[in-house]
Design a protein. Structure first.
Length: 47
């Protein structure tokens, strides 16, 4: 039973890590894009 759990970890572990990294990337990019959009709008309205 323990060995099958270890096999499941090896099978799904990289996939879970990939999904977590993808989620973090989307959140981080979303925040960065909001900052860039705010800065762009400020520069646009400043003219």
């Amino acid at each position: 039973m323990v060995e099958s759990n270890i096999n499941l970890v090896w099978l799904f572990g990289p996939f879970v890590v990939y999904l977590v990294m993808l989620g973090v990337y989307y959140v981080w990019e979303g925040k960065r894009e909001d900052k860039l959009r705010d800065r762009y709008q400020e520069a646009e309205h400043g003219q």
